[in-house]
Design a protein around this ligand. Structure first.
Ligand code: COA
Length: 434
């Protein structure tokens, strides 16, 4: 069959595609590089002209400056709803013109299959191959679930998107329309780990054995851990987000995936986002599998590997060990993402450990991130019964299975010295320091 003829029949431009959107449509997009900026821009132009109303677009970790997260004047015509906010969605949610769906990342495909229907799902894809398939490139996440629950499938093809040979594919026969939009891919700014992150990274690296299987979250500290792992051997990768530091660990030989129990000799992730170096690594590379999140982030799957190590960040932790990674009081900062999926998966893995790591203070040393109680309104991301290791630049606290008094003592010992007296006073007053 001549798939290129079919492709040409379905090919249109962004404005014509956006013109198909009707009032009240629910439109689905997936995480990061799966998002379709050309279509979104054309749709926003229609909304600005009052040509649509009541349209919602779902995203996860928005990486483009979408008008529906930036322009409050579009509210009621075109609004965004996030499964995990990035920078723009965060502001719109706090300003009250975007919505958020609280969920563990592993559960999102299930929620979609049970509770959501889409009029259109719009996905960025790499160019069609000779068999009529498009690679969904750096993201698998919940795309398959959305594709199963939509009336229309639109693709935005970008020649810059790498082709993931072990990732989600879609055939031209399922697609309703295609637009082409070649542009340089967005990159995640890389922070050079500072002294504090390097210290924290060093503590964690000491507790990671050769042969461990790692998950690293977003941010300076997970990156610093990555940098500290370069002298290890036979590491494996089973992670939610594939990052630059992981490519470095593969290229320097520290990661070879040889000791994994599942997906041996292959890194596993549900999406990738970082620098061009990652995108070049993924292109046509069978060494990385980009798979749906209900599989990748399932604790029952994660723990099939031995010695799983998960490293994630937090905004604050209280003396019970409750971890808040989503809000500062009532102010929304982030979604749950896969933090709990990996905390649980790592703790169920033979020899596994989960680390919540952060600098001891915020705002130039004026705020302790270890608190007697969480700031009122704070969201508990990882519960006290799930938390395992907590790490700051002052050391490591091991909380899992420990008593309240032991938790309080250990957490105070890794708090910033300026706040230890205050924390001790509060803990004693509450009878925690037996
Ligand atoms: N009180 C007041 N402000 C605080 C604070 C606190 N306890 N802790 C942090 N802040 C401020 C910081 O100063 C910073 O402010 P700025 O933007 O004005 O500089 C901001 O909040 C963000 O803090 P930072 O420590 O830089 O965040 P980060 O980029 O390291 O991200 C999380 C931390 C928790 C938001 C992030 O890891 C996340 O989104 N987690 C969600 C769940 C998860 O872990 N998912 C799996 C990983 S993919």
């Amino acid at each position: 069959m001549d798939f290129s003829a079919v492709y040409q029949q379905k090919l249109t431009d962004a404005a014509s595609l956006a013109a198909r959107v009707e009032n009240g449509w629910n439109i689905g997009m997936d995480a990061a590089l799966a998002q379709a900026p050309g279509f979104a821009e054309a749709l926003a132009a229609r909304a600005a002209q009052n040509e649509v109303s009541g349209v919602w677009v779902q995203t996860l970790l928005d990486v483009y400056p979408f008008a529906f997260y930036q322009d409050e004047a579009l509210s009621g015509k075109l609004n965004g709803m996030s499964w995990f906010s990035g920078g723009f969605a965060r502001k719109a949610i706090n300003a009250g013109f975007a919505d958020i769906i609280p969920a563990y990342y592993r559960d999102m495909p299930g929620h979609i299959r049970r509770a959501w229907d889409y009029d259109a799902v719009v996905i960025a894809a790499s160019p069609m191959d000779k068999h009529g398939y498009f690679s969904l490139s750096c993201t698998s996440s919940y795309s398959e679930a959305m594709l199963d629950k939509t009336k229309h499938i639109f693709l935005e093809v970008n020649r810059e998107l790498p082709r993931a040979v072990c990732g989600t594919q879609i055939h031209i026969s399922r697609v309703d329309a295609v637009i082409e939009n070649d542009h340089a891919l967005p990159v995640l700014p890389q922070a050079t780990p500072d002294e504090l992150s390097t210290t924290i990274g060093g503590y964690i690296a000491e507790l990671i054995p050769d042969g461990a299987c790692i998950q690293l979250g977003i941010g300076a500290i997970p990156d610093a851990v990555g940098a500290a792992l370069k002298t290890k051997h036979d590491l494996g990768i089973h992670t939610e987000m594939f990052t630059d530091s992981m490519v470095e660990l593969i290229e320097c030989g520290a990661v070879n995936n040889s000791k994994k129990q599942i997906h041996r000799y292959q890194s596993v992730t549900t999406f990738a986002y970082g620098s061009q170096r990652i995108y070049d690594y993924i292109d046509d590379n069978p060494g990385i599998a980009i798979m749906p999140v209900d599989y990748v982030n399932d604790p029952a799957v994660i723990c099939k590997n031995d010695n799983v190590i998960s490293i994630n960040a937090a905004l604050e932790v209280d003396l019970w060990g409750q971890v808040c990674a989503e809000s500062i009081g009532t102010r929304h900062v982030s979604g749950s993402g896969g933090q709990v999926d990996y905390v649980r998966g790592a703790c169920q893995s033979r020899g596994g450990k989960s680390f919540i790591a952060f600098p001891s203070t915020a705002k130039g040393g004026t705020i302790s991130k270890i608190k007697p109680i969480l700031t009122p309104g704070a969201i508990v991301t990882t519960a006290k019964n799930d938390v395992d290791y907590v790490v700051t630049e002052y050391g490591v606290a091991h909380l899992r299975g420990e008593s309240l008094a032991s938790r309080a003592r250990q957490l105070i010992a890794i708090a910033h010295p300026d706040f230890r007296d205050e924390l001790t006073f509060d803990a004693k007053k509450r009878g925690m320091m037996i």
